[in-house]
Design a protein around this ligand. Structure first.
Ligand code: GRF
Length: 199
């Protein structure tokens, strides 16, 4: 199967997928990595693995809708079976969802529906929850609202800082992403309303 990964930052989730995909038995290949900005480690990781990259900056297009159309076209060129948002910090629009809405997944560093948005671990810590974690879900038009594929929980420890909790979540998050991307591409999936089934 062909996977396109979208990144905006360090790309540790991307790296986990690249490492897993090095084994042909994994069943998926990262065929391209796209970003919304230059100069990020995620793009370096792709290049180091010999994977083609592309960058679409919102500021390079007259409107957000034009950016969304361009991003959609660039992803489509690589004919992905699955598109993975791994720390991609942009909400895609109607073009993208029309093309990839049933095969675009995102990993979020909180146990949704709690703590959506860009500060999941910080918000969880501030709330005082005792379990935090990560959620893998199919992206819809909302912010972190789509049908859930899988969740993994980690404990919040009494002396946690935002940094230590974030790291604990990210370790579990990477393992979950690798496991479920592999299962999705090898076994397929159906989405019925909010219910995701992997046969
Ligand atoms: C992940 O924890 C993701 O949930 C959050 O940003 C992080 C991306 O990390 N939105 P990386 O770029 O894969 O290292």
């Amino acid at each position: 199967a062909r996977i396109v990964v979208l990144v905006s930052g360090s790309g540790s989730n991307l790296q986990a997928l690249l490492d897993a995909a090095a084994d042909p038995a994994y069943g998926a290949r990262v065929v391209a990595v796209g970003a919304d900005r230059d100069g990020i480690a995620g793009l370096d990781r792709a290049r180091a693995a010999g994977v083609p990259t592309f960058v679409d900056r919102v500021s390079d297009y007259p409107t957000r809708d034009d950016w969304d159309a361009a991003l959609t076209a660039h992803v489509a060129e690589h004919e992905p079976d699955l598109v993975v948002s791994a720390g991609f910090l942009k909400l895609v629009g109607a073009h993208f969802l029309a093309a990839f809405g049933d095969r675009y997944i995102n990993t979020h560093n909180a146990l949704l529906p709690a703590f959506p948005g860009i500060h999941g671990p910080r918000d969880a810590l501030a709330y005082g929850v005792k379990l935090a974690g990560a959620t893998l879900f199919f992206v819809d038009a909302g912010v972190d609202t789509g049908p859930i594929v899988a969740q993994v929980a980690v404990p919040v420890l009494t002396d946690d800082t935002e940094e230590t909790l974030t790291e604990r979540i990210k370790e579990a998050e990477r393992a979950q992403l690798v496991e479920y991307v592999g299962r999705l591409v090898r076994e397929g999936w159906t989405i019925t309303g909010r219910k995701v089934s992997i046969p």
